[in-house]
Design a protein around this ligand. Sequence first.
Ligand SMILES: Nc1ncnc2c1ncn2[C@@H]1O[C@H](COP(=O)(O)OP(=O)(O)OP(=O)(O)O)[C@@H](O)[C@H]1O
Length: 377
Amino acid sequence: MAELNSLGFAKAPADTRVVVAMSGGVDSSVVAAQLASEGYDVVGVTLQLYDHGAALAKKGACCAGRDIHDARRVAETMAFPHYVLDYENKFRESVIDEFADAYLAGATPIPCIRCNERVKFRDLLETAKDLDADCMATGHYIQRKAGPQKAELHRAADPERDQSYFLFSTTQEQLDYLRFPLGHLKSKAETRTLAAQYGLSVADKPDSQDICFVPNGSYAAVIEKLRPGAAEPGEIVHLDGRVLGAHRGVIHYTIGQRRGLGIGGGEPLYVVKLDADARRVIVGPKEALATRTVPIHQINWIGDREWDALPDDGAEVLVKVRSTRPPREAVLRRGADGTAEVELALAEEGIAPGQACVFYAPEGSRVLGGGWIRAAA
Ligand SMILES: Nc1ncnc2c1ncn2[C@@H]1O[C@H](COP(=O)(O)OP(=O)(O)OP(=O)(O)O)[C@@H](O)[C@H]1O
């Protein structure tokens, strides 16, 4: 069999076209520079995701003018073509609108997952195919490995930077076409060293912020701009029925939150539920936050066995119910109509509707898919 190149194709790098999704940050710049230096037929594409001059983000946030300029400079330095595509409408429709509506409905959404799923791995991926590319590469910290049956998704080698939680909804078809050249690196320092070696001006550029269109983490301000007047005030109510105070709108609260409730001293109280219809923020003691059963829907499954072939009494997996937590033991039980239930071996606190529940193989780093956490019935 012919030898495979570093992207897994049985042809010379020069005959392998790869679209690199370039944010203008150091990670995707290194991916593009590395592939170009290996002789691949690199095409850089930067998506303009929102108008930084308008309502939403501050100047200098991801994919505002500065980033586009940085990506273009990398392309000039490494001498490959680079295109900027206006994806503002797609981004608003696929990511921002749902983000605002989910908060108003009392959920805690993760727009970065929708962006990966819909904007980068659906719309941009189609564009890459239209450009006759053999594959598309990104600077995500995640690994794609050739398994015995099919391409597998694995956590990044550096647990600090692993982005698997944000990529759980990657389908098998998308995975077949994607490449993540940074997933095996042991630390971000390695990426910066590579950037310096390629002479890239972005080598020292700071990491981007959490949600690119939310400046300084003030998501409520963004929602108020997007949906003026939609966040209505209401009551803060104890689980035992006592009304403890008033709030400015459920968008200002997240399950598990303790600070900023403005309900005075006494026993420590946490947000345990957001009832958007009744405009109520429900609070209770810490114990009330602990949950073992997590209802999920909109499942993506990329394990070897078919989803429908999972055992009726459930499959043992590891799951992450929040991006910052380590994977924990659980049993995954299939439900009707693309739903499932995850039974955690040990209760966890602060499980919030709208967050993702990501499945990992019990023996290691492989990502098996995941689903979105629903409100308990
Ligand atoms: N606006 C964009 N246009 C094209 N690709 C993008 C854009 N934003 C992100 N990407 C791609 O998605 C990857 C992950 O993006 P993410 O926002 O998680 O990381 P990042 O810190 O911005 O990465 P980087 O250091 O490459 O900027 C990027 O490495 C890049 O390949």
